[in-house]
Design a protein around this ligand. Sequence first.
Ligand SMILES: Nc1nc2c(ncn2[C@@H]2O[C@H](COP(=O)(O)OP(=O)(O)OP(=O)(O)O)[C@@H](O)[C@H]2O)c(=O)[nH]1
Ligand SMILES: [Mg+2]
Length: 478
Amino acid sequence: MQITIHNKQRKYDAAQLQTIVEEAVRQTFAYLPEVEQIMSEYEIDFSIDVSFISKAAIRKLNREHRNVDRPTDILSFPAFEWKDGSLAEDILPWLPSDSEGPSSISLGDLLLCLEIVDKQAEDFSNNLEEELFFLLVHGVLHLLGYDHELPADEVKMKALQERIISGDTDEAKLACGYVVLAGRPNVGKSTLLNYLSGMTLAITSPKAQTTRDLIRSVYNDDSCQIVFLDTPGFHKAKTSLGRAMMKSARVAIRQADVLLLMVEASFKPFVADLEKEILKMADEDDTAVILLINKSDTVVKENILPLIAAFSQAYPFKAIIPITALTGDGVEEMLEEIKKYLPIQEAIFPEGEETNVTERKLAEEMIRREVLLQTQKEVPFGVAVVIDEFIEESSPTETRRVFIAATILCDKASHKGILLGRQGQRIKSIGSEARAAISEMLEAKLHLELFVKVRQNWINRPQDLADLGLDSKRVELP
Ligand SMILES: Nc1nc2c(ncn2[C@@H]2O[C@H](COP(=O)(O)OP(=O)(O)OP(=O)(O)O)[C@@H](O)[C@H]2O)c(=O)[nH]1
Ligand SMILES: [Mg+2]
């Protein structure tokens, strides 16, 4: 790594600051392993230019490049596009040809105004050297694609910055990040999440819009932590509930480190608007996208080729992988691909916090699943389930005993009769199937009582949605 200092001011002795500049830049790069990796892979050297310029000069640049007409402490001008320490463009065209011999490639320029740095040091009770060190770390991170515009990015940048400054050589760093499963309803997102977690965390069904909120399942191995998020199926929403579901899908997609776009192997070979909309978000955010072609067990292998061709023409996917979420076919390959694109950082979740799904929540969902399976048309879409009581009963034996009372809310008076069925047959059948599923999940003897109530048009009422935890205002990553 070559560091060149250009002194274009006369108030401060730049020569005295050389060691600090070199230390700050080198220390920062020690935390950005991909830079070293690229240098050794292509046998090149990177360089950085650090210039000390006057107040007037930095003000002019700030005005011209950022539309802010005042002097500032530091400006970073990256030469390449990076995202969180990973190169986000092809460097090959910029590599020197063999005949030119070993050469260095500029990563960009850092321009500093020492007068402002000195003033800031006073304000923060640092000395000039400390403040300069801090700003150089910050500036180098900007050159390598870290920024602080979105809160999620800011947290990431700040955490790394603090570790660099404190010299914290945390051995616990690993490939770690949010990997979001997105796609239209019914393609098998929740089925894959369940396969990955080795248990049911998300209910699945052959009906569209089964999943209503974000579900987390953390996958850990010695080299990585992958925080998988299942999202509601992407669709054109017609109700407030639908809009809230779409909002949570979008929030997750926008914060993904890696996006898994899932389609079905039997889809017609073209990229439809829903998939385009998801890809547009990923493109805007420069998110790595892997295309998963699910349910590949349902088609002859060769028949997937036109679908692969259509998608690979439409978007630069990092990989296109046919999978069968039901059996886990193709999942190993998917995990290997994901690992390549995860940022290197500390684990996000400690052991024991693998999911946001509680037993209570899952019990509600398992009842709703039975409604999805046993009722038709718009009935299941207007149903929500609320657990009113969840009581651990004392048991004379080792076996766990649980009592659950739950209400099935429907949004139309006419649906109540359908849910109850003739002589209460339907609700009985929903109850007995749900009891079996919940009792297996809880590993308990279960006493389940179900009630059906009408809450007229709740799927369009903000207050009802908020009461059910399904409103769009509070969406955040689980
Ligand atoms: N044959 C086959 N069926 C699958 C596969 N993966 C999922 N399915 C079925 O497809 C249906 C939908 O699966 P889900 O996992 O609920 O789909 P989803 O994408 O989560 O759907 P939403 O939550 O509505 O967005 C279920 O009946 C699954 O059993 C697969 O690999 N092969
Ligand atoms: Mg789902």
